[in-house]
Design a protein around this ligand. Structure first.
Ligand SMILES: [Ca+2]
Length: 354
């Protein structure tokens, strides 16, 4: 509008100049020089500019009014939508408070997303897509009503190992109650006992069977191992009786030991406050009458027979003082003496799928 008006103004000025030249100043122009005689039509120009200014001001006012009306319309639309949202929110809250509490609230563990059934399952499923590092994972074995955290070793012997016991520096005490051995104790990133219930759930899945690997390190930094091609526990009602398959390794089969009464295979688990051992009522060990192998082994928990020659839960580094205490795997010998054990780990892995 502005540029059009300006063009119109120029055109009009030119016309006015022409009329003035031809009608009013003709004779004077003929007589003298037209440049000195001609005077611009100031009055006409001023009136035209005044009209233009007033029309422009009017236009600006109407535009401003139009924009204000549009903003008012938008604001009222927003107010309407906001009211609708508020109403919906209050209805949702009303529905939530009206809803009865579901039984799933009783099991908050269910909200946790597990990585797999066990470390072997995690390795086979996630590991087929990307490399799975060793570390802590959440597993939810078949038959378990809750998921839980475990340490998975993914680099050792093909990976997929769920670690069920680990001793290193001897910071964590293994002189524990039945209840502690049931649920587990220690620190999964350090020393720990995973717990009989958790080990039971892993080894009793319908689709898998497990092998056990016992890794030993002596106080002289030498290594040995014992491996069993099958490993599972009976349930809590049977005090988690241990079942071991064929042995292989270089540390000897201490679970079975040398004599019949050493054999811990198929024996239930015992603690100082839950005596299920093979000394019933009494054993004669090292010219002592023993009633409880756990008490004889400084209140540690294990699958004691009478009492046997293996106890990987024995008190850490007491072996220098007494043969009957300490971490024991007495079939591992040096110069006909049991090797003094500094660190140990027990881990399990799937052997086959049905
Ligand atoms: Ca006993």
């Amino acid at each position: 509008i502005l540029s059009a008006s300006f063009c119109g103004l120029l055109l009009l000025s030119y016309c006015l100049f022409c009329i003035h030249y031809f009608v009013v100043g003709y004779h004077q122009v003929m007589a003298d020089s037209w440049l000195t005689a001609w005077a611009p039509p100031w009055a006409l120009l001023c009136s035209f500019l005044g009209n233009l200014q007033s029309s422009l001001v009017q236009y600006a006012r109407s535009t401003k009014k139009m924009i204000r009306n549009m903003m008012d319309d938008h604001q009222s639309s927003l107010d309407y939508l906001s009211n609708q949202v508020n109403e919906l929110m209050s209805r949702v809250m009303q529905l939530n408070s009206d809803m009865p509490r579901k039984p799933s609230d009783v099991f908050p563990h269910r909200a946790v997303q597990s990585h797999g059934l066990d470390c072997s399952d995690i390795k086979d499923t996630i590991g087929s897509v990307t490399k799975t590092p060793s570390g802590l994972y959440i597993i939810h074995p078949e038959g378990s009503s809750y998921p839980y955290e475990v340490l998975c070793e993914m680099d050792f012997r093909g990976g997929g190992w769920t670690v069920i016991q680990k001793r290193t520096e001897g910071i964590i005490e293994f002189q524990r109650t039945w209840s502690d051995y049931l649920d587990g104790f220690g620190d999964l990133s350090g020393e720990f006992w995973l717990g009989l219930r958790k080990i039971f759930h892993i080894t009793n899945q319908k689709t898998a069977s497990f092998m056990l690997f016992v890794g030993l390190e002596s106080e002289d930094d030498t290594y040995a191992y014992a491996s069993y091609d099958s490993f599972w526990l009976e349930d809590e009602a049977c005090s988690f009786k241990i079942h071991l398959g064929r042995y292989s390794g270089n540390a000897g089969d201490a679970f079975r030991g040398y004599r019949q009464e050493d054999n811990q295979n198929t024996l239930p688990f015992s603690t100082f406050d839950m005596d299920n051992d093979g000394c019933n009522p009494l054993c004669s060990l090292q010219e002592q009458l023993v009633k409880s192998c756990s008490n004889f082994s400084q209140q540690t928990g294990w699958w004691f027979s009478q009492c046997g020659v293996a106890n990987l839960n024995g008190v850490h580094r007491v072996t220098r003082k007494m043969l009957t205490t300490g971490i024991r795997w007495d079939t591992w010998t040096m110069n006909d003496q049991p090797v003094k054990i500094k660190s140990v780990s027990m881990k399990i892995r799937r052997t086959y799928f049905r």
